[in-house]
Design a protein around this ligand. Structure first.
Ligand code: HEC
Length: 167
């Protein structure tokens, strides 16, 4: 009953639910790709890393890596700066949201971090940056950041990384 009401409200009574799901997934893909909805079949290219990002990270960081004006950092066109130093590269995998992520498989988490670095990081990710490997993620996530003053640590790590970025 409720389901029918929902579809009536959307004016989609004539559409089958599967079709509706495809439309929603297509719209989500289009938002990620930064363009307009072109075709619902575009949903097919939503890969595992993208889906994992949306499920496990996007709720806080925003589906495009642009978080609301809160203490959650914006990833888009910014996060890559951390990789200018080894310390910064380690830092972004040791923050609680990453190291303690419910994405338990190291390769899956490496894929999400690479999605974040190379798809969201844009020009902030220096040319030649190496992708994260499962082994690297495995080591880093075993050392989650334990400071109670993350903001201060972040500022210091970011300043040191920025100073090492290629100009
Ligand atoms: C519950 C909300 C939340 C979730 C879920 C979350 N994060 Fe975060 N993330 C934060 C906050 C808040 C910070 C700032 C540091 C801190 O306080 O932990 C942060 C910091 C980061 C940073 C460092 C960037 C910077 O500019 O400081 C990266 C990279 C990151 N998160 C990626 C991810 C990824 C990838 C996922 C999913 C696997 C994820 N986060 C899940 C809230 C979240």
């Amino acid at each position: 009953m409720r389901h029918t009401l929902f579809r009536n409200v959307l004016g989609l009574r004539a559409q089958r639910p599967a079709r509706l799901k495809m439309c929603l997934a297509g719209a989500m893909f289009a938002v990620l790709a930064g363009g307009a909805v072109t075709h619902p079949a575009a949903a097919k290219v939503l890969d595992h890393a993208t889906t994992n990002y949306l499920t496990h990270c996007g709720g806080c960081h925003g589906i495009q890596g642009i978080s609301a004006r809160t203490f959650v950092p914006v990833l888009r066109d910014h996060v890559g700066t951390f990789t200018c130093s080894a310390e910064g590269r380690a830092y972004i995998s040791r923050v609680p949201g990453v190291s303690m992520s419910l994405i338990r498989d190291d390769q899956d988490l490496a894929d999400v971090m690479n999605f974040v670095l190379f798809r969201m990081g844009g020009a902030s990710t220096p040319a030649g940056t190496k992708p994260f490997t499962a082994a690297e993620i495995h080591t880093l996530r075993a050392q989650p950041i334990s400071t109670t003053d993350l903001l201060t640590l972040r500022a210091e790590v970011l300043a040191r990384a920025t100073a090492q970025c290629p100009r």
